[in-house]
Design a protein around this ligand. Structure first.
Ligand code: COA
Length: 204
């Protein structure tokens, strides 16, 4: 998984000095200097039931990758369960394909497990995340927070603290809704779903 990683690569929790570098990583990885950097800044500042778990990848002290786990909820029948949402994950384009994203996921999910959090949910490419420990959440009985996920994008990893009764609907924190960062809309959703969800359902 990490065979081609640069030798000087370090994965560690973020510090305040990393914030500018993290914004740059997501602006360049996602090709949008507004949306994802703002999501990270807002999630970091939000009150939440679980502390954000934020890891950077550095090469020669430069931030080249970042992942954030932030609090969400599982609406299970007996009660609400505090869980994590993995979003965003980004690696600078010139550092992609070297195992850095995989290392960030591994460290972040490992930290969530050590905290005793039972589940980590995400929306993302099935071909990427299945190889990195995530499973199709709907097949395991979980319900997605929106109908605007492309097929297969809703994924989960069950950690040591998970128990059988912990199933239900995954609910994002208010920040994701306030910034309209749940699922896809319009043409992007149509493209990602292979035309199975019509563009006129969205606004883009
Ligand atoms: C998705 C992303 C975080 C992966 O990070 P990464 O460090 O390149 O990932 P890794 O090196 O651990 O894994 C490489 C895998 O990603 C794929 N990949 C994605 N972009 C790649 C690139 N530019 N070069 C090479 N491989 C790339 C490879 O095909 C490889 O696939 P496989 O190992 O599953 O067969 C990174 O490509 C990125 O920042 N993309 C833009 C932002 C984004 O889409 N984030 C994810 C939102 S869910």
């Amino acid at each position: 998984m990490t065979t081609d990683a640069p030798a000087e690569l370090l994965i560690r929790p973020e510090t305040p000095e990393d914030h500018d570098g993290i914004r740059t990583v997501h602006a360049r990885a996602f090709g949008d200097s507004e949306r994802v950097p703002r999501l990270v800044d807002t999630l970091r500042a939000a009150e939440a039931a679980l502390p954000p778990l934020s890891f950077v990848a550095t090469v020669d002290q430069r931030v080249v990758g970042h992942v954030l786990l932030s609090a969400g909820r599982l609406d299970a029948l007996p009660r609400l369960v505090d869980v994590y949402s993995l979003s965003p994950l980004g690696v600078l384009p010139e550092y992609q394909g070297r195992g850095i994203g995989s290392r960030l996921i591994e460290d972040a999910v490992g930290a969530a497990d050590r905290q005793g959090v039972p589940l980590v949910f995400l929306e993302g490419s099935p071909s990427y995340y299945r190889k990195r420990g995530f499973l199709p959440a709907e097949e395991l009985g979980f319900r997605p927070p929106t109908l605007r996920y492309p097929p297969g994008a809703f994924q989960v990893v069950r950690l040591s603290a998970h128990q059988e009764w912990m199933t239900g609907t995954f609910v994002y924190s208010e920040t994701f809704w306030a910034l309209d960062c749940v699922g896809l809309r319009g043409a992007r959703l149509t493209a990602a779903s292979g035309g199975r969800v019509a563009a006129d359902q969205g606004s883009e």
